[in-house]
Design a protein around this ligand. Structure first.
Ligand code: FES
Length: 91
């Protein structure tokens, strides 16, 4: 897993450890964490394929200004998945 565990200015309060599935693969996250953060921590860098050109897209701005992180989540299309505007896992 790739997560920042210590930072000189920020403190991290993590929820309890939970399990979620991405593309039928079991992954670990912390409750309340964004889907994008959880996927990144589990090594997932490609979030979708563009309909035109079939180009891979990953997290780009992470502040809701682009459409790079749009994904289908639980059958709902075009969901942003980062912390500011996105869906969170669990709680
Ligand atoms: S990465 Fe740009 S809106 Fe999510």
């Amino acid at each position: 897993m790739e997560r920042i565990v210590e930072h000189p200015l920020l403190k991290f309060e993590r929820g309890k450890k939970i399990v979620f599935y991405f593309e039928d693969v079991q992954m670990q996250a912390y409750e309340g964490e964004s889907i994008a953060a959880a996927l990144h921590a589990n090594g997932v860098r490609m979030l979708r394929i563009t309909p035109k050109g079939s180009r891979p897209q990953g997290l780009f701005c992470a502040i809701g200004k682009c459409s790079s992180c749009l994904m289908e989540v639980d059958g709902k299309a075009n969901v942003r998945n980062h912390g500011l505007l996105g869906v969170q896992i669990g709680g």
